[in-house]
Design a binder for this molecule. Structure first.
Ligand code: PRP
Ligand code: URA
Length: 211
């Protein structure tokens, strides 16, 4: 089985912003802003393979043939809740992307993902999809969300996270070898509660100020 690619995005700006997210003193406002900024920077890399076509444009000086996006249809699908924090960062670069939502939470005892909401664009099957979730811990949520999207037979799926544990990357690679992962950091391990160590804490709580 061919293994998916894990793109660890080590640009200095991403590393700097990730360190701010990790700091327990970072408040809700700044945390939320930086999650969106990281999503924008990651989006730049995750869309590197978008196809281009040539069009004719008249500049104030001359007419020439120049490149423009070939109109590939994209959808982004945040995993609720924390994935919502990445949506605006992506839309700032790709304002025409459609947005689907998958609601999953981890059962605190079993750590298994529990689905509670789903709403997809009606033409999701014709789209290339980027699944958004800041955290890839055990991988249970991402594996379930991707499986869910595969049932819609969308054209392709990429996974975008901010921080991952090796366990989560392995889980996605095993379950979905065709899905590339884009992530700004890979930490050491998970603790007994399934939290990434050293990590950044509970991303949903820190984005929405619920703790
Ligand atoms: C967090 C996070 C991921 C999931 C990752 O969500 O946003 O969705 O945990 O863990 P996993 O890889 O072990 O599945 P959580 O369940 O805390 O829900 P929330 O986004 O509503 O806070
Ligand atoms: N979900 C989070 O928000 N943080 C973790 O460290 C693990 C799962």
């Amino acid at each position: 089985m061919s293994e998916n690619k894990v793109h660890i995005l080590d640009h200095p700006l991403l590393q700097h912003k990730l360190t701010i997210l990790r700091d327990e003193r970072t408040g809700v406002k700044e945390f939320r802003e930086i999650v969106a900024e990281i999503a924008t920077l990651e989006c730049y890399e995750a869309t590197r393979d978008l196809p281009l076509k040539e069009i004719e444009v008249k500049t104030p000086v001359a007419t020439g043939t120049f490149k423009t996006l070939a109109g590939k249809k994209l959808a982004i699908v945040p995993i609720l809740r924390a994935g919502l924090g990445m949506v605006d960062g992506i839309l700032s670069l790709i304002p025409s992307a459609k947005v689907g939502h998958i609601g999953l939470y981890r059962d605190p005892e079993t750590l298994a993902p529990v689905e509670y909401y789903c709403k997809m664009p009606s033409d999701i099957a014709e789209r290339d999809v980027i699944v958004l979730d800041p955290m890839l811990a055990t991988g249970g949520s991402a594996v379930a969300a991707i499986q869910f999207l595969k049932n819609y037979e969308c054209r392709s799926i990429k996974l975008m996270n901010i921080l991952a544990a090796p366990e989560g990357i392995r889980a996605v690679q095993e379950a979905h070898p065709d899905v590339d992962i884009y992530v700004a950091g890979v930490d050491e391990k998970l603790n007994d509660h399934g939290y990434i160590v050293p990590g950044l804490g509970d991303a949903g709580d820190r984005i929405f100020g619920t703790k």
